[in-house]
Design a protein. Structure first.
Length: 267
């Protein structure tokens, strides 16, 4: 299957799906949500992004670990619509930590990867305690539904979380655990969406594992050179939006600036 890592300095663009039916902030029908997602996906594709990922970011406050069938159905509808305008690597994340739902959606829409929270160890997130490492159940589920070709990008020391439970484990050890438990890539972030990712954390993960390293926050044209010293890919969902606000639609000019910065690094 296609992979974001087919090209160096890869950019993964976020489509932050509008609040889905049944969630507190829902305003639009599924058809309207799909149409708005397509606009963002098309803008990312036309800018030259290497991959796109859909995420139910607007579904706050998030449920912990599981979501209802209406969310899976809504994300599947969005994914099918996005797939119609973007034929490159496509990813899915369903918050918060609804990794099996992400995988089922990804299989239904012919996606290539998911982003998984809580893959190893435990963490205290803003939606509550993620107290059971997901890897064992998730990879068995992936095997059971015949979705082995869908890669799992595992967050380690995830954003919007306290890591006091695992304070004696550095990020390198956490990356090693994710690799041992079967992650296909690891994702490293700053403290919150759009926040700077510490290059020392990226370097530590790079030294610890022979897996693709994805930076998940803080990407701008100015930070790309430092990020790509050790990272293989960058997920962008803040800078690429109008006024640098993840809640807004994709700004084609800002998206293009990122693509041009990555291209310059490739030489």
């Amino acid at each position: 299957m296609p992979s974001p890592f087919d090209r160096s300095h890869a950019l993964i663009g976020m489509v932050h799906v509008d609040a889905l039916p049944g969630t507190p902030r829902n305003e639009f029908s599924v058809d309207e949500i799909c149409a708005r997602a397509v606009v963002d996906a098309r803008a990312l594709a036309e800018a030259g992004f290497d991959a796109v990922m859909i995420e139910n970011m607007h579904d706050t406050p998030y449920l912990r670990g599981e979501v209802g069938p209406e969310i899976v159905a809504g994300m599947t509808a969005v994914g099918c619509a996005v797939r119609g305008v973007f034929d490159g690597p496509l990813g899915v994340q369903i918050l918060a930590g609804a990794n099996a739902a992400s995988l089922a959606t990804a299989q239904a829409i012919d996606a290539d990867f998911i982003r998984a929270e809580g893959f190893v160890f435990a963490t205290v997130a803003d939606e509550g305690l993620l107290d059971e490492a997901a890897a064992g159940k998730l990879l068995r589920y992936r095997k059971a539904i015949g979705a082995r070709d869908i890669a799992v990008f595992a967050d380690i020391k995830k954003k919007h979380s306290s890591h006091s439970i695992t304070a004696d484990l550095d990020i390198g050890a956490t990356a090693e655990a994710a690799a041992f438990f079967g992650a296909d890539a690891v994702v490293i972030t700053g403290s919150a969406t759009g926040k700077h990712t510490d290059p020392a954390d990226v370097a530590a993960a790079r030294a610890a594992v022979d897996l693709p390293i994805v930076v998940g926050s803080g990407g701008t044209p100015e930070t790309l050179p430092r990020i790509f010293e050790c990272a293989d890919a960058l997920i962008v969902g803040t800078f690429s939006k109008k006024d640098g606000d993840w809640r807004n639609p994709v700004d084609p000019a800002r998206a293009k600036a990122l693509v041009e910065a990555a291209a310059a690094l490739r030489g």
